[in-house]
Unconditional design. Structure first.
Length: 374
């Protein structure tokens, strides 16, 4: 389809717009989108609030809801960033320069994660060593090292080995003290390792959903992103064929993941191998759809807000941690107005203004060409 000035995004040299859109779509739900739609569903009535609103919350343990896709999708995009950020450096400056880039990004992202969870504000014993940003840092580090030293086939073999090895460990080796294998909360290997070897603060008391052992299969999620980036950058494969590979490959991964879940349940909080496949499959599907619409068909105007977010994901993520946008929104909306409308309209007003703050901030940064580069 023909590209026009009114329906496209100003091109940025070297960037694939659909990847920024995918990243922005993912972050949209974290920086206010989930709260907005949950309030909207409540306005629609109890039925929508239950059936649709529950999709904006994580599964308690076994299962897969829409919100369970948000984190692994970002890990997937982080894996894609490995290829985009390192290929040129490797070609022009070599491995030493690439390693400098890798370790700088790893350290900054990891320390931002420590800061995000209050750092040492509440004492050393309350430092959270492993959290969302820390997992992104670790998965980036290992995916980048594999990308530098291994060819594509070997990376595929590593990914398969990680998923099968994790499955075999959790499925056939009982946790010390138990006579049978269990995937139940607190009775599996991922939780056991955290309880015995992860120091300081753990998100769930004795274990952490971003803990030690479950970080290993998360590396496989990042490697799926590496493969996606290699495909999307390939000059030998036609754009429409790439779309077909993403869509058909995504469907295949989802089906394989659900089939595997009959024995190895889909559990986000311990990042089971079946969860990796299901989340990776949906990630590939979304990438294929966005690539088709944004980069092949050039229908881009609708995606502009996602580009704003996608160009500054860590900035807006940290901003909403340091400033409570919902509290600011309540001040703008006003207590009397909230009382007048009541729930759920009052809640929807607050969440709309809160999301508006996020979009205003990323738009302002985009217009000023201010981007946080790690």
């Amino acid at each position: 389809m023909a590209q026009t000035e009114t329906t496209s995004i100003e091109p940025i040299p070297g960037r694939i717009v659909s990847v920024d859109v995918l990243r922005g779509f993912d972050m949209f739900w974290i920086v206010g989108g989930a709260g907005f739609f949950e309030a909207l569903f409540k306005w629609f009535g109890p039925g929508a609030a239950h059936s649709l609103g529950r999709q904006l919350h994580h599964s308690h343990w076994v299962g897969f809801r829409f919100y369970d896709l948000i984190f692994p999708l970002f890990v997937f995009v982080v894996g894609m960033s490995v290829v985009f950020s390192l290929e040129k450096i490797l070609a022009q400056k070599g491995k030493k320069a690439a390693y400098r880039r890798i370790f700088r990004r790893f350290v900054i992202l990891y320390l931002l994660g420590i800061f995000y969870y209050q750092g040492i504000q509440n004492g050393v014993e309350n430092i959270r060593l492993l959290g969302v940003l820390q997992r992104l840092a670790i998965t980036y580090l290992f995916a980048a090292i594999f990308f530098i030293h291994l060819n594509r086939k070997t990376m595929v073999a590593v990914t398969v080995a990680i998923l099968i090895g994790y499955w075999a460990w959790l499925s056939f080796v009982p946790v010390p003290g138990l006579h049978a294998v269990s995937f139940a909360e607190g009775k599996n290997w991922a939780n056991w390792v955290d309880a015995h070897y992860l120091p300081f603060r753990k998100w769930n008391g004795t274990w952490d959903p971003e803990g030690i052992l479950s970080t290993i299969p998360a590396i496989a999620s990042a490697l799926l992103g590496v493969f996606a980036a290699l495909l999307i950058k390939s000059r030998e494969i036609a754009p429409m064929k790439k779309v077909k590979i993403f869509v058909l490959g995504g469907i295949a991964l989802v089906l394989l993941g659900y089939l595997w879940s009959l024995q190895f349940p889909i559990i986000k909080k311990i990042w089971t191998s079946s969860y990796v496949l299901v989340a990776g499959g949906y990630s590939a599907l979304l990438l294929g759809i966005f690539y088709l619409i944004v980069d092949v068909w050039k229908l881009q105007k609708w995606a502009v807000p996602f580009v704003w977010i996608g160009m500054n994901p860590i900035t807006i993520y940290m901003a909403r941690n340091m400033v409570t946008f919902d509290d600011l929104a309540k001040r703008i909306v006003g207590g009397q107005l909230l009382t007048l409308f009541g729930d759920p309209i009052g809640l929807l007003l607050v969440k709309t203004v809160s999301l508006g703050f996020s979009l205003w901030l990323v738009h302002f940064l985009f217009k000023k060409k201010v981007f946080l580069r790690i």
